[in-house]
Write a protein that binds this ligand. Structure first.
Ligand code: FPP
Length: 228
C-alpha cells in the first residue's frame, strides 16, 4: 500500500446487509449485526492506511420508513457500538462526529452521542457517522440557521461552517457496496468532487482486500477538479 495517493476523506455507503442475511436464510437484522461488526474492522484498516476522516452512512432520514422492528434493531446496534467503541476511539485518538438530526433520536442515544463526541473532541482523526442524516436536509438545516443568524449572503467557507461536517476536508472517495450505483443523499455538498467506487461485495463481506482494491483504484484516478 506504499506510494499510493491516499485519500484524506473516504465515505462508505454500507449497503447490502439485508441481502447478505437473505443469502443465508437469516432475518435482515442478522445482516445488520454482521454489518455493525464489520464497521470496526474497516474503520481501523482505513486509519491504518493513512486516511484522516472516515464517514459512514448508518441511518438515513428515509430509513425511518422501514419496519419498526428493523429500525429499533439498527438503533440498538448503534447504541451498543458506541458504548463499546468509545474506549477504542480514545485509545487510537479518533474523534467521533455524528452528522444528522440528533435531537430526533432517542434520548439515551442522543446523550450517548454527546458524551462520546465530547470525550473525543480533541483528536485529529475523525470518524463521522451519519445517523438520521440526509444531504438535502443538512443543506436546509444550514440555510435555516443562516437565516436565523440574520445572514443574507455567505461565502462557500461560511456556508460550510454551518454543515454538520464543519472543519472537515471534502470527501475524496465514496465507496458503495452491493452493486448499487447511486449516492442516495449522502453528503452531497461535501462529495461534489468525490471519486465514486462501486463494488458488488455486500457490506458484511467488505474487508481489507476490498479496501485495498478501492484505494488502488483511487490512486490511479486523475483528479482534475474541473481543470484540464
Ligand atoms: C444498508 O443495507 C444498511 C443500512 C441501512 C444500515 C447500516 C447499518 C449498519 C451497518 C449497522 C450499524 C452501523 C454502525 C456504524 C455500527 P440494507 O439493509 O439496505 O441491505 P439490502 O439493500 O440488502 O436490503
Amino acid at each position: 500500500m506504499e506510494n499510493l495517493i491516499i485519500p484524506r476523506h473516504v465515505g462508505f455507503i454500507m449497503d447490502g446487509n439485508g441481502r447478505w442475511a437473505k443469502q443465508r436464510n437469516k432475518p435482515r437484522n442478522f445482516g445488520h449485526k454482521k454489518g455493525a461488526e464489520n464497521v470496526e474492522k474497516v474503520v481501523s484498516a482505513c486509519f491504518k492506511s493513512g486516511i484522516e476522516v472516515v464517514s459512514l452512512y448508518a441511518f438515513s432520514t428515509e430509513n425511518w420508513g422501514r419496519p419498526k422492528d428493523e429500525v429499533d434493531k439498527i438503533m440498538d446496534l448503534l447504541y451498543k457500538f458506541l458504548i463499546k467503541y468509545e474506549k477504542t476511539l480514545i485509545k487510537n485518538e479518533i474523534r467521533l462526529i455524528v452528522s444528522g438530526n440528533k435531537p430526533e433520536l432517542s434520548k439515551v442515544l442522543f446523550e450517548l452521542i454527546e458524551k462520546v463526541e465530547n470525550s473525543t473532541k480533541a483528536f485529529k482523526k475523525v470518524l463521522n457517522i451519519a445517523i438520521n442524516y440526509g444531504g438535502k436536509q443538512e443543506i436546509l438545516h444550514a440555510v435555516n440557521r443562516l437565516l436565523k443568524d440574520g445572514k443574507s449572503a455567505v461565502t462557500e467557507e461560511e456556508f460550510e461552517s454551518y454543515l454538520y461536517t464543519k472543519g472537515l476536508p471534502p470527501i475524496d472517495l465514496i465507496v458503495r457496496t452491493s452493486g448499487e450505483q447511486r449516492t442516495s443523499n449522502f453528503f452531497i455538498w461535501q462529495s461534489a468532487y468525490a471519486e465514486l467506487y462501486f463494488t458488488d461485495a455486500l457490506w458484511p463481506d467488505f474487508n481489507e482486500q476490498e479496501l485495498e482494491s478501492a484505494l488502488s483504484w483511487y490512486a490511479q484516478r486523475n483528479r482534475r477538479f474541473g481543470k484540464i
